[in-house]
Design a protein around this ligand. Structure first.
Ligand code: DGY
Length: 425
């Protein structure tokens, strides 16, 4: 085991630890982010189970009454970030954003429980979190799947975590820009502007925030009112995996009603995932619900579908597709196909490699018996750290570190990958 890398990763996590939550990195992201926290908890759990659970508990302490868990908790003022609480105007006791993020918390909690060293203490805290996480999952199907398709839509690119993916280009072009109040971006004072979304994208990000705010952040209205409604296979795979894992955990805890309800959401969604298979790409793809069509964009969102229990033949096809991408990229897995003209190896989600997505894809491929590709993904992940440190993301062709540095979830994934023996020694 690479104890030196684990020690460095722990130092990164300690630097971003604010006691009861972590920031993704100081400066660029100075608050608590939803999926960052849940994935960081996996790293903490290897050396401090109690601290790992605190990370998830802090997140859920800010759950909205309707079940939604916001994507940012603004624990303390910091004017180094835009858009801050005054732009969101959600009027929560501790300010939060008004949209959500990929629901990895259910998966993370179940995994922490399965590996718990202090079983009694961990299970007691998990029992308290269980109904809250389940309520979030129910919220998704209520608020983001009003027609009961089994799959949920995101209504803002920030919800996917893949803010500027090529996947959104066509749909985002339909989002108006009129009426957007003048604003000053802060992200490009912390990170290279060429690694970040464009001004045109930011204007539309803010248009949507203003629109949702004008509707009082009423989740009963936002889905239908949003001009951007996208069914992302990666996002849904995370939700369905979390539902299935939460069902298992609920069974272990004797919470049969939650177990049944979570299992039924997972099963219905898994059947519906078949509708997102794009045969011409040989992978899953996003369904643009506002336009009513499957889009033709070979991004990592369609590969992340491997994280849920897709049919074995589909997992094998995704493994083959990822293997083929390996001919184009030195480091797996690029967030967009390098052969496509829109690919940009340094610009956020338009090409760079992200360790958290690598981890989730590899995890799904291992469960599906696709060990060879999973091993390459994880070996490449550690090579990136060795070459370029704990960055937010990396150029898949050159390993150049991009975005923010000293990144919490990158460090957490290194601890997770190395501590679970997922790369050859
Ligand atoms: C950002 O500010 O870049 C985030 O991705 C939004 O959550």
């Amino acid at each position: 085991m690479r104890q030196d890398l684990i020690d460095q990763a722990r130092a990164v996590m300690a630097r971003n630890d604010r006691g009861h939550y972590t920031v993704p990195t100081a400066g660029l992201y100075p608050f608590q982010w939803n999926w960052d926290s849940a994935l960081s908890a996996l790293g903490f759990a290897h050396f401090d189970e109690a601290r790992a659970l605190t990370e998830i508990e802090t997140l859920f302490a800010h759950q909205w009454p309707d079940g939604m868990v916001p994507h940012i908790i603004f624990h303390q003022p910091d004017d180094g970030y835009f858009p801050g609480p005054e732009v969101w105007g959600t009027e929560r006791p501790v300010p939060t954003s008004g949209i959500t993020q990929p629901p990895v918390a259910g998966f993370a909690l179940a995994r922490i429980c399965a590996r718990a060293r202090d079983k009694a203490a961990v299970m007691a805290r998990a029992r308290a979190l269980l109904p809250r996480i389940h309520a979030w999952h129910e919220w998704f199907f209520r608020a983001r799947d009003p027609e009961g398709t089994g799959l949920v839509a995101i209504i803002h690119p920030w919800e996917s975590g893949r803010d500027n993916s090529v996947d959104w280009d066509d749909a985002f072009a339909r989002v108006p820009t009129e009426g957007v109040k003048p604003f000053q971006r802060r992200d490009i004072t912390h990170a290279n502007p060429e690694h970040r979304p464009t001004d045109a994208q930011y204007t539309r990000f803010i248009y949507l925030v203003q629109l949702f705010r004008s509707l009082g952040w009423d989740n009963a209205r936002l889905h239908d009112a949003s001009p951007f409604r996208m069914v992302d296979p990666g996002f849904n795979a995370i939700l369905l995996r979390s539902c299935a894992d939460l069902a298992d955990l609920a069974e272990t805890l004797g919470e049969d009603q939650i177990a049944r309800s979570a299992r039924s959401m997972a099963q219905k969604g898994l059947s519906a995932m078949a509708t997102l298979w794009n045969p011409s790409l040989g992978q899953y793809a996003c369904f643009d619900r506002a336009a009513g069509r499957l889009i033709d964009s070979p991004s990592i969102g369609g590969l992340l579908a491997a994280f849920c229990a897709i049919p074995p033949a589909r997992a094998a096809a995704l493994a083959a597709r990822i293997d083929a991408l390996g001919a184009q990229a030195r480091f797996m897995v690029p967030s967009h196909d390098p052969t496509r003209p829109e690919f940009d190896g340094k610009r956020y989600w338009r090409g760079p490699v992200w360790l958290i997505v690598n981890y989730m894809i590899a995890d799904g491929l291992i469960a599906a018996g696709q060990h060879k590709v999973a091993e390459r993904i994880q070996t490449d992940s550690i090579r990136l750290i060795e070459e370029s440190g704990f960055a937010e993301y990396y150029d898949p062709l050159t390993a150049e570190p991009c975005g923010g540095g000293n990144f919490t979830w990158t460090a957490a994934m290194v601890i997770e990958i190395l501590s679970t023996g997922r790369v050859p020694a």
